[in-house]
Ligand binder design. Structure first.
Ligand SMILES: [Fe+2]
Length: 555
């Protein structure tokens, strides 16, 4: 059973069929040019007063929201809305109904081409179930490719904020722009980076590489904001409460409301330094079976994140954006990772060719995904792929450095399937880096002045808030790592990827002072490009300019 099957959705085609209208209405999907002639009666939900009907007055064949019961509480949509996992004809829509009652709540959603909802393309009743923590997640289907939509929900006479989302393009595509983010430790401050990304009108998508939440109790890792619950989260109720707190954060909410997100988890969505069968921050004797904790963490994740999941427990998945980008999202944490080796001096264990980071099933799946016709392969994943040393030894055995045979298999796959056009996107390490990836970047087969011998590039996104390295460490790494082209190991922010047929650029945007709610001014820090057909990183003085026109933000 699919995890979202509790939410009953009926396709537009099915609605038309039931209404006996199929064959009368020619257009099932809609394009930007469609105008179904729906009247605008001027009613607009603001979530504060009872709106007992949706605003389109029947110019389309879709159902209208009707409710004549007692008006629900004002904060019923206090977690706002979210969307994600865009396909060419579908996108996940999300909200949560916050009520005192324990019985299921009837709700309603609608999707339109305009923020006034005069051109609706989908609408139906859905149910918020207590078994899903009253979250509502549905796949809005039969949408048009490469199209911006606006959506909202209704429940108990109240109207949610309006969200904006966008489907993936199909066919020839000139350009894609996306923000790449990771690591928002609420206890370390304020989510200015989410707000700055929300304000951007030039993005098609936000990619989140994990550590969306942190599992710690208040004061255990950061002390600027207090956690709910105050203790380290262990149970399903704990994980749900933590997501609920995060999703009441106005900056994170706004990021979700304005952009579709493709998210994948890292360790802290379960526990620090997780692997498939345990975590550094989990003690079975005092905290119970890890499998139970992982199941609770996973359930809360799929309830609260707008992701589409293929099968039980699997979050690795891929997306296509026309002939331009294949976006492959990997799970290096919870799917098939063997336990970290405790010491770099245990070379026999470290170099064991059987050691897995992805697991055999995901590795085989990755090989299939790499067979595509798109210009670029973007691989969104969690931990740093590039070799990072302190002296002669790997600095961090929790990243691909701790799984060298698995990394070599990854490089071999890339070399075989996408020899010059793969870009790895990484989070986890709370700092910004631009690398060329080579089998041995310290050896003679790689030329850092030309990129000869490199197999791909890696862009590491900074954290939203989580702390990075001491201020003076970037220079040390720069002088000892020939494949490292740039780094900022201190500041917080996000990366914008600007992808065209000929060239791909990563630009780093860093924000001021995450320790105060008043901070958050952003600055352009650096931009690095790769030209299609090469694997050499080129420094750019300026970020690529945004597109001339952008769809209107959600009001
Ligand atoms: Fe993190």
């Amino acid at each position: 059973m699919l995890w979202y099957s509790a939410v009953v959705t009926i396709s537009r085609r099915e609605l038309l069929r039931r209404a006996g209208l199929l064959g009368v209405s020619a257009a099932i999907g809609c394009s930007k040019d469609d105008d179904d002639g729906a009247a605008d009666d001027g009613t607009e939900g603001d979530g504060t007063e009872g709106d007992t009907s949706s605003s389109s007055t029947g110019g389309d064949d879709l159902p209208q929201y009707e409710y004549d019961g007692e008006l629900g509480p004002e904060g019923i949509f206090s977690h706002s809305v979210a969307s994600g996992d865009p396909l060419i004809d579908a996108v996940i829509l999300w909200t949560r109904v916050t009520v005192e009652q324990t019985a299921a709540v009837e709700a309603f959603y609608e999707v339109a081409l305009d923020p006034e909802f005069t051109q609706r393309v989908a609408a139906d009743y859905v149910t918020a179930e207590p078994e899903r923590d009253f979250t509502i997640k549905l796949d809005a289907v039969e949408l048009a490719p490469g199209t911006t939509y606006y959506y909202r929900f209704f429940a108990l006479g109240r109207t949610s904020p309006t969200g904006r989302t966008r489907t993936a393009a199909s066919g020839a595509l000139d350009r894609l722009r996306l923000a790449v983010m990771s690591c928002s430790s609420l206890a370390h401050g304020y989510f200015h980076a989410y707000r700055r990304v929300a304000e951007r009108t030039d993005l098609d998508l936000v990619v989140h590489l994990g550590d969306y939440i942190y599992e710690y109790g208040s004061g255990e890792y950061g002390d600027i904001r207090e956690y709910e619950p105050a203790h380290e989260i262990l149970t399903l109720a704990d994980y749900r409460a933590r997501y609920s707190q995060y999703r009441r954060d106005p900056d994170l909410q706004e990021c979700h409301r304005q952009h579709p997100m493709v998210a994948v988890w890292d360790d802290h969505e379960v526990a620090d330094d997780a692997w498939a069968g345990g975590a550094e921050n989990h003690t079975e004797a005092s905290e119970g079976a890890f499998a139970d904790r992982k199941a609770a963490a996973r359930q809360a994740y799929v309830e609260w994140l707008p992701i589409r999941e293929g099968a039980e427990g699997i979050v690795y998945r891929s997306f296509a954006f026309g002939d331009l980008v294949a976006l492959i999202m990997l799970d290096t944490r919870n799917a098939g990772r063997d336990q970290q080796v405790p010491s770099a001096f245990d070379t026999e264990a470290l170099e064991d060719p059987a050691r897995q980071l992805l697991g055999a099933a995901q590795e085989a799946w990755l090989a299939e995904q790499l067979d595509h016709d798109a210009a670029w392969t973007l691989i969104g994943q969690q931990v740093m792929v590039a070799q990072l040393r302190l002296g002669e030894n790997p600095l961090n055995l929790d990243q691909w450095d701790g799984y060298p045979a698995a990394r070599q298999r990854l490089f071999d796959l890339l070399r075989e399937h996408t020899p010059t056009d793969a870009v790895v996107l990484t989070g986890d390490i709370h700092s910004s880096w631009a690398f060329e990836l080579a089998d041995d970047p310290f050896g003679p087969d790689y030329d850092p002045s030309t990129g000869a011998g490199a197999v791909a590039v890696e862009f590491v996104a900074p954290s939203v808030t989580s702390p990075g390295f001491p201020a003076d460490t970037a220079d040390q790494f720069m002088t000892t790592h020939p494949h490292l082209k740039w780094g900022n190991l201190v500041d917080h922010g996000y990366v914008v990827l600007d992808v065209t047929q000929d060239r791909l650029q990563a630009s780093w945007w860093l924000v001021d002072d995450v320790t105060s709610p008043e901070g958050g001014a952003e600055r352009f820090a650096a931009a690095w490009s790769v030209v299609r057909g090469t694997v050499a990183l080129l420094s750019d003085a300026e970020p690529a300019p945004p597109p001339a026109e952008s769809p209107a933000p959600a009001p």
